[in-house]
Design a protein around this ligand. Structure first.
Ligand SMILES: [Fe+2]
Length: 410
């Protein structure tokens, strides 16, 4: 299948798998095959815990990159070549050749100490402090608290921490090694960083027990899911990431994934029938094992949206799982509304609006706790405050002259 964009700029065609068209099978083979999955317009699947509802007829914007990346929302992208088939034009900066091959084959890669381990520990201390929890007093991790909604309750069970703009979070975002790793996977330099939060997941018992969340037959499953609709004819390209704030351990759960399914995805998909769950894989785990990569403080794990993944429950006695969510995508500088929203979010410590499950801390919002984070020149570009190509917008001009950016230290 070929999808052609209709946005201004160079005309670009996209193939279903990012490669050459697949020849038709002989008639007898076609008769043996299960009914083909329906081909629909390529939009990302949206999981209620991670993404907002899609605006209708959203306009595609072309990213500020020489490689053709198109997106309506700055989260999922149409690309001329899928990330797993991309041929590098720029030299690798952080990943080794083996790392890059692993990324393309299995759908994830680990960058050791993408931020210094000491920086990760400071961020972990901040995370405890922000939540008002004492790492040495497990009893206090389960105190009753009010919930504004069912969503609030779920976020508590999963351990989300509603901090987005503290200086320490921004220090990770503007770390050169983190940025360079994402340049490696997208093969372009003009990126925006996601404005995302933290996770501090104590043992899943008491009011953090996952049993408090009603299980469902279909759709999002915290244990294993895809972040995109995998039945689409042209699955969008999406990249996600976490930075570990402490050592992983088998009993504390955390990120897990199904790399063999990623590797053999096209073959597996061809054998599926119509109507399968687009985001919850139904696979034999002996054939497609679920693995849990070992991470240490400061390690960055990047995964492809087409990698089935999830978060294993914390079954330990007193251990916690802690991460910062952090990813980078091709910058959509022409999407002015989105760009302004990002800048205002940083400047005024507003809860980012790209995802309806980002709800802000209900006890004491972060805007009441600390000032605007200071950005480096790289950080300004990763936010959208400054342009990657040096065109001076009002934000950039103000920032450089000291006016809005200096509110950072106000
Ligand atoms: Fe996910």
């Amino acid at each position: 299948m070929v999808y052609t964009n209709s946005v201004p700029g160079p005309r670009v065609s996209f193939t279903a798998a990012g490669g050459p068209a697949v020849p038709s099978p002989p008639p007898d083979a076609a008769a043996r095959r299960p009914p083909a999955e329906p081909t629909r317009r390529p939009t990302a699947w949206r999981d209620p815990l991670t993404t907002p509802p899609a605006p209708r007829r959203a306009r595609l914007h072309r990213a500020t990159t020489d490689r053709a990346y198109l997106s309506a929302d700055g989260e999922s992208y149409l690309a001329q070549t899928t990330l797993r088939e991309l041929r590098k034009e720029r030299p690798l900066r952080v990943l080794s050749e083996e790392d890059f091959a692993h990324w393309q084959t299995y759908g994830y890669v680990v960058v050791r100490e993408a931020i210094p381990a000491e920086a990760a520990r400071r961020l972990l201390d901040f995370t405890w402090d922000f939540q008002g929890l004492d790492p040495d007093r497990p009893d206090g991790w389960y105190e009753d608290r009010p919930f504004r909604s069912q969503l609030d309750r779920q976020l508590h069970v999963y351990g989300f921490v509603e901090a987005y703009h503290h200086q320490l979070l921004w220090d990770s975002r503007q770390a050169q090694r983190v940025y360079d790793a994402f340049v490696d996977v997208w093969d372009c330099e003009e990126l925006w960083v996601t404005l995302d939060r933290l996770n501090l997941n104590p043992p899943n018992t008491g009011n953090r027990d996952r049993a408090l969340i009603e299980p469902t037959e279909r759709g999002f499953d915290i244990e294993l899911h895809w972040d995109i609709d995998t039945t689409l004819g042209v699955p969008p390209q999406r990249v996600q990431g976490i930075i570990a704030l402490n050592d992983t351990a088998p009993e504390t759960g955390g990120f897990q994934c199904c790399p063999e399914l990623f590797r053999g995805f096209e073959r597996w998909r061809a054998a599926q029938s119509a109507g399968r769950d687009p985001i919850r894989p139904d696979v034999d785990r002996s054939e497609f094992p679920v693995v849990r990569p070992d991470l240490g403080p400061g390690d960055l794990l990047i995964w492809n949206g087409l990698l089935a993944h999830g978060v294993a429950r914390n079954a330990s006695r007193n251990g916690v799982r802690a991460v910062q969510y952090l990813s980078m995508m091709p910058a959509l500088e022409e999407h002015e509304k989105l760009r302004r929203s990002r800048v205002e979010s940083w400047r005024h410590l507003r809860t980012p609006r790209w995802n309806r499950t980002l709800v802000g801390d209900m006890v004491r919002h972060e805007s009441l706790r600390y000032p605007t984070a200071e950005l480096t020149p790289l950080g300004e570009r990763l936010l959208g405050l400054a342009s990657w190509h040096g065109t001076q917008g009002p934000d950039t001009a103000g920032g450089r002259s000291g006016e809005p950016v200096c509110t950072a230290s106000a």
